[in-house]
Design a protein around this ligand. Sequence first.
Ligand code: AP5
Ligand code: MG
Ligand code: ZN
Length: 216
Amino acid sequence: MRLVLVGPPGAGKGTQAQYIASNLSIPKISTGDIFRANVSGGTDLGKLAKTFMDRGDLVPDEVTIAMVRDRLSEDDAQDGFLLDGFPRNVAQAEILRDMLKDWGLALDLVLELVVDDDEVVRRLAGRRTCSQCGRIWHVEFDDKKDDKCDACGGALFQRDDDKEETVRHRLEVYQEQTAPLVSYYAGEDILVGVDATGPVEEVTQRAMEAIRPYLG
Ligand code: AP5
Ligand code: MG
Ligand code: ZN
């Protein structure tokens, strides 16, 4: 299964990606996570990406695409993958399509996680991420009273780009640059919308039901 998750910041792409990828036994490839790992590691890629991420802007396409090409070439991605946060504009989508075509492959399905702006702001304001295992939590919805990960005990942190002002800009960038992907993939006839409101497990169930008809 070759799957893409699309949706605004805070829609729950990362949250759902961890469950969907494990249900389907495919790797979850999140460009945001890979950039953040490079930022913490202090690599050249991380230094470059950070200037864009801190403003809530997209990292330039050439950089992002090269990074995804490398990741998709790894062994564990040969029998399928779930992309979270890529592609992020139509240019990236076209290059992904051509890249897969060169390898004799194509996407099976694009899931759009649908949720309104107010909910997105609530979700991002309370988001915490585990510095050790990467799991995503929410202070209110997961009733987090301490700053420790329930799964591994690691310390939780708040993302630099979750400040209210940056969140607002990320939403604008989504509307301008990423939302056009919805009609792009509808045109390719591989888009399915999933209601991403309600409890996490219910959203996962809806997503798995949407995926089922596409499983080989
Ligand atoms: P990225 O990391 O991809 O951020 P994003 O798209 O803004 O999405 P988020 O990670 O903020 O939201 P999410 O949908 O994953 O929500 P989550 O599951 O965490 O990108 C960051 C930056 O990297 C970009 O701004 C850009 O600079 C750069 N970048 C990345 N990819 C790029 C690309 N392809 N090209 C160029 N630049 C790129 O959930 C949010 C919160 O809600 C959590 O606290 C969670 O616990 C909670 N929650 C989730 N689901 C529910 C639910 N059902 N009910 C209640 N709470 C919920
Ligand atoms: Mg995410
Ligand atoms: Zn953890």
